[in-house]
Design a protein around this ligand. Sequence first.
Ligand code: GRG
Length: 303
Amino acid sequence: MQADFPSWVANRQTRFEQVLRELLPSADVAPQRLHAAMRYSVLEGGKRVRPLLAFAAGELAGAPEGRVNFAAAAVELIHAYSLVHDDMPCMDDDVLRRGKPTCHVEYDEATALLVGDALQSLAFQLLSEQRLSDDAGRQLQMVKLLAVASGSRGMAGGQAIDLSSVGKQLTLPELEQMHIHKTGALIRAAIMLGAQCGSDNNRGNGLNEAQLDHLDRFGKLIGLAFQVVDDVLDCEADTATLGKTAGKDADNDKPTYVSLLGLQGARDMAQRLHREALESLDGFGDAARRLRELADFIVLRKF
Ligand code: GRG
């Protein structure tokens, strides 16, 4: 019998935490302060939504867990780097992340900058040195997938649009473009990388191209839903629950789904995206159970 969703999540999170502990350089190894700050920024915090999505997609594709561990870790390291840089004074200038002082507050700005740089490099080191596929060409495509998702045509580009849109009124399509890049691209990449760890057709498992397209659509829709919910929570939830400063978007005069659509409009949009995301999984049957449960969590979460 399959575990219930909370048990599956807890089990995955515990095992993945151990994977991250082992992959990150020890704080005893030089340069100790940088390594300690990297571990501080990655370990013991965060919901691990992107790794969980990678594991769920990996299960759907029959991927070996050992391979998905590396893909999930690479995505989580990129995510952690983006949070460290986003919190810095030159960007969002925040003091609280994952319920503890942000990296530049706990250490210093130069260290925080280097933490982000080094986490990003480590992510690509993992993708290139660990075996993720029996097919070297496919593995190279996976490295490219993460590079595009995190670069100027993905997350970093979305962040650039975000920074330049402060104090401006964006249209709904403009806001959507910003978030598809800033938040959605990495979520989508997590799902696709997890699935591609199982796509060795010579091993008799994996998903075909049409199935990968359905999964990609799911990733796009649920990535956007994640951001709509994030905007709602920024208005509704308190700082203690979020583990980061609440109400920052309005304080910073940032365009959000709530500022454009109102609270109820944003909630309705999240529901619509959720419904459409689930529809894109229709052809997978029970094998996509964890992805459906994660989609529900993303839309119903309170933190
Ligand atoms: C600095 C290149 C660069 C990019 C920054 C991710 C990001 C782009 C900025 C973070 C600011 C933010 C609030 C983004 C919106 C959604 C988001 C990514 C929230 C944080 O992700 P969670 O909720 O965080 O998954 P945890 O801590 O649970 O991992």
